[in-house]
Design a protein around this ligand. Sequence first.
Ligand code: 9D3
Length: 257
Amino acid sequence: MSLQVDVVTLFPEMFEALTRHGITRRALEEGAFSFRAWNPRDFVSDPHRTVDDRPYGGGPGMVMIPGPLASCIASAVARQREAGVGSPPVVLLSPQGERFTDAVAREFAQLPGFVLVAGRYEGVDERLIERHVHREVSIGDYVTSGGELPAMVVMDAVIRLLPGSLNDSASAQEESFADGLLDWPHYTRPEEWEGSRVPEVLLSGDHAKVARWRRKQALARTLARRPDLVAGKQWNSQDAALLEEIRREQQAAQQQA
Ligand code: 9D3
């Protein structure tokens, strides 16, 4: 059975960015996952269809009231149960959440389903979180205008890992974060563009040489740009040799300067 994803959001149309385009659209059409958005506004009956109110204790902005969110989450969870998911985790996208990483994406991709809750305004009434949210996830230390884009980031990263997604198994394994290194540089035609040539090794047809060059580039770039990714890593003898070469070359360059 395919992954069941339900999202609670005041802006269901935003998710058409995923359902109407690219790899994620294809995965949906192929049945790799099922998706439904739920709008808390559809769960309120007052004339103004109120979903937010002023914070107790004062201060700027508005807070999402718990009632409509709770009804909405209940419907989303009910749909998951009907689809054969036992009790799905309810995941709130929140600046207070644990960081969303490749490891979390792979964990979510193993589940039968989950419910994402995207907040708007200053946040969500804490009692709703205590009672109905199992996990809080943040995509990083910057401010977005709501939880929708973060929810789509989570969905996109998870969907690409699903079997039956265009980007499954082999290629997903080889990607950046699977082995903890950044990508090597890529080149395509033309061979010379505005005076810059493609590195000769890539034109050599020597596959072993190309593979070695790419691995070395990936190691050098990761060392330079993301030392946090390589700190304390255990290298095999081939990588250790390439790293030693990189260090020697850097020292030589330093002597020059
Ligand atoms: C400027 C408002 N902030 C006051 C300290 C709080 C705040 C409220 C609501 C900040 C962001 C938001 C909307 N963003 C999210 O709900 C969100 C988010 C994010 O902003 N950054 C990274 N990950 C996420 S997940 C959900």
